[in-house]
Every structure is written in structure tokens, then in C-alpha cells.
Design a protein around this ligand. Structure first.
Ligand SMILES: N[C@H](CCC[C@H](N)C(=O)O)C(=O)O
Length: 386
């Protein structure tokens, strides 16, 4: 069965704001239909042409009345959903799966950016780690710090999350990514107002809540301090944790505290016998990899370099495992508040200042959970030949 592309009916006006996302997706669908003017192909199996790379930047001047805007969004990025072009036959569904196209939504959390894939149809990621590396390339691909898959829930959770870093490695958890995940789901399901979801991740159960102001608050669970569980081979110096211990990195001794938020973090407030760290002066490209690949971290590590502005305001630069210097790191921001409390440098509730913006972090004494609040933004919808 083939599906003729219906012509789109839309008018030239709509309020700018929440609908403009829909109009972006509508434009993409239009361009897709234009690029496959033939009547035989359906929306998902157009020939990959230059037009098939819909990287439509947010354009406030776009003025469309998006009539079927939600199905359009879903149809673009959820091949298995009933297409706006009519109910799919199983034949079309199978074509969708092997037509070599990936439909995605690009989101970022304070500039830490991700290709979001609606993978709710399968427990197998639609993209391999090797393809993720290509997709994340900022010159030859879409460009991102990672690819995140929205997958079916496990053991009663609403969803599961898997993520590939831009180097193709698979971390256990991603703080900025889980905020983007929550906003993406709310968009796909056209949910309004405050919503929370239970997400199965490599770090266990994580519960993000989309707030009325579109920020996302996440219960990031409990930090893990046991050295062998971070994991680190640095000898434990406080109970079975590594707190303010010494680590020799290329001839320089740094004071470090090691924390896992499901993924490993090495937090430092500076080197021994040196003045307080000025994080803006750091050459992350030089020092970052030396921590990431240090022999004391068998699974490599994320490394956060921290400046204490006040007892409730920390400034951080991060070199991420598998992604390098990023504009923000949610799990890292949680790890530095835990480390700074353990080293007596800050309160349990801090504003964490990152190159991409501010995160609010609280390590609550009553339940030992770390809570993170911050934004997550949709940038564009896209389709790319795999
Ligand atoms: N690169 C990290 C995963 C992403 C973490 C970061 N982007 C965040 O927001 O938590 C790792 O390999 O552990």
C-alpha cells in the first residue's frame, strides 16, 4: 500500500510561542513532502536529499497556523506513531524502520546538548555507538554532546533512558540529559503544566518533574562515596571514601574528592600549595584528559574544577568523560555540592555557576538525596539519513 502525501492546509498566522515549535515541525514536514514530490513515498521514506536535513533554527518570524501540529511533531520523530497521513499499514511500518532515516529533536540543558530519539518502540537503541559518534560530530554531523534514547519503562517505571556520549561510550546517567528527556516526553505527549516521570537509568530510578515555569526539578538519588563504587583506586582516607585526598597528575599534586552520581566524578578545589583555583584560567584541553584517563580511575572519570564564590555559590568548569569540555554537567554539579559539603566549604543548597548558566542544587539531609533544578530547551526538529 502506498500513501499519497496529502497537501498541507495551514494559514499564515498563529501566536508566536508554544505553537512556533509546531510550525517548525510543520515546515520540516512540508520540506520533506516537497523533497519527495513523488506520490509513491510516504513521509518517512523520502530519498535522503540535502533538503532532508531539516535543521530549522528557531525563527520568530515563522507565522503559520499549525492545524495538525501535534501529530506532525509525533509523525516526524516517532515513526511508529499513527502518521498524520493516515493509519499506517504494517507494510509502511516496516518500511519506516529500514528506510535509513533518523528523526530526532535537538535539546539542550544550559548548552549541554543532545540528539533526542523517540525509541519507545524498542529496548534496542535505534542508533549504534558508531553512528552516535558521527551524529555528534559538529562539522560532519548534527552536532551534540550525546544521543539520548527514550525507551520503554522497566519494572514498572514510565520510561527508560540510555545515552551514548559523543565518543560512543555509554555512561550510566546524565543530569542535563534527563531534564531534556522530561521536556521531550511532555512535548511528544502534549502534556501541559507540571508533570513527573519515573525513569529507569544506569544510575537506578531517577524522577524528573517538569514545573509550571518549564524548568525541570530532578531527584537525582543518593550520592555514592565508597571509593571502590565510584570507582577509584585512590586509597580511601575518610571511612571508605576519598575526601580531600592527594592525586598526582603529571607532576602536580591536586586535592580531590570522589563522588558517584551513578557516573564517576573527581572534584577538585585546586592543587596542593597553590592559591585558590581560578577556573577561568584553566586550560581544560590540556589538564582534562590527564584526569579522565588517569590510572586511578578504571572507568575513566568526569572531572570538575571548582571555585568557591560563597558558601552558597560555586563556580565550575568540567571536563566530561567521553565528551570533553562541555558548557554544563548536571551530575557534575550535584557531585561538587556533595564534595564541597564534605570538605566543609559550602552549605547543602548552592547555586552552581557553569559556562552555560546556573543550576540550583540541594543535597538534602533528611533523605540524603540530591535535587537539581534547571532549564531544558528544544532547539529544532530534524531528520538525517543514517
Ligand atoms: N559524560 C558523562 C555523561 C553525561 C553527564 C553530563 N552531561 C550531565 O549532564 O550529567 C559520563 O560519561 O559520565
Amino acid at each position: 500500500m502506498t500513501t499519497r502525501l496529502k497537501t498541507w492546509v495551514f494559514s499564515q498566522t498563529c501566536e508566536i510561542g508554544s505553537r512556533s515549535r509546531a510550525s517548525l515541525a510543520l515546515r520540516a514536514a512540508m520540506a520533506m513532502s516537497a523533497s519527495s514530490s513523488s506520490t509513491s513515498s510516504n513521509l518517512f521514506c523520502t530519498k535522503p536529499t540535502p533538503k532532508s536535513l531539516f535543521l530549522l533554527p528557531r525563527n520568530p518570524n515563522l507565522r503559520f497556523r499549525a492545524a495538525p501540529f501535534l501529530p506532525c511533531i509525533r509523525a516526524l520523530i516517532t515513526p511508529s506513531a499513527p502518521s498524520i497521513l493516515g493509519v499506517e499499514t504494517t507494510e509502511e511500518k516496516s518500511k519506516n524502520e529500514d528506510c535509513g532515516f533518523l528523526h530526532f529533536a535537538k535539546y539542550h540543558g544550559l548548552g549541554n546538548d543532545f540528539i533526542m530519539v523517540d525509541n519507545r518502540d524498542s529496548m534496542e537503541p535505534m542508533v549504534t555507538p558508531e553512528q552516535a559518534v558521527k551524529l555528534c560530530d559538529r562539522n560532519f554531523g548534527v552536532g551534540a554532546d550525546g544521543v539520548i534514547f527514550v525507551m520503554p519503562g522497566v519494572d514498572g517505571t514510565d520510561y527508560s533512558m540510555r545515552i551514548f556520549n559523543s565518543d560512543g561510550s555509554e555512561p550510566e546517567m546524565c543530569g542535563n540529559g534527563i531534564r531534556c528527556f522530561a521536556r521531550f516526553i511532555a512535548e511528544l505527549k502534549n502534556l501541559q503544566g507540571s508533570q513527573s516521570f519515573t525513569i529507569h537509568t544506569g544510575a537506578g530510578l531517577i524522577v524528573p518533574r517538569v514545573e509550571d515555569d518549564a524548568k525541570v526539578t530532578v531527584d537525582m538519588g543518593q550520592p555514592v562515596l565508597r571509593a571502590l563504587a565510584v570507582p577509584t583506586k585512590i586509597p580511601a582516607n575518610k571511612d571508605d571514601a576519598v575526601i580531600g585526598a592527594e592525586l598526582l597528575v603529571e607532576g602536580k599534586t591536586w586535592n580531590v574528592t570522589c563522588v558517584s552520581m551513578g557516573n564517576p566524578h573527581c572534584v577538585t578545589f585546586g592543587a596542593k600549595q597553590c592559591n585558590a583555583l581560578q577556573v577561568d584560567d584553566l586550560k581544560l584541553q590540556d589538564i582534562g584528559p590527564k584526569f579522565e584517563h588517569h590510572e586511578m580511575f578504571p572507568s575513566r572519570t568526569n572531572t570538575e574544577f571548582v571555585e568557591v564564590i560563597s558558601r552558597s555559590h560555586l563556580k565550575m568548569r568540567v571536563w566530561e568523560r567521553g565528551a570533553g569540555a562541555t558548557l554544563a554537567c548536571g551530575t557534575g554539579a550535584c557531585a561538587i555540592v556533595v564534595a564541597s559539603v564534605l570538605e566543609g566549604r559550602s552549605e547543602r543548597k548552592c547555586a552552581v555557576d557553569l559556562p552555560g548558566g546556573l543550576l540550583e542544587i540541594e543535597w538534602r539531609e533528611d533523605d540524603n538525596h540530591v535535587y537539581m533544578t534547571g532549564p531544558a530547551e528544544l532547539v529544532f526538529y530534524g531528520s538525517v539519513p543514517l
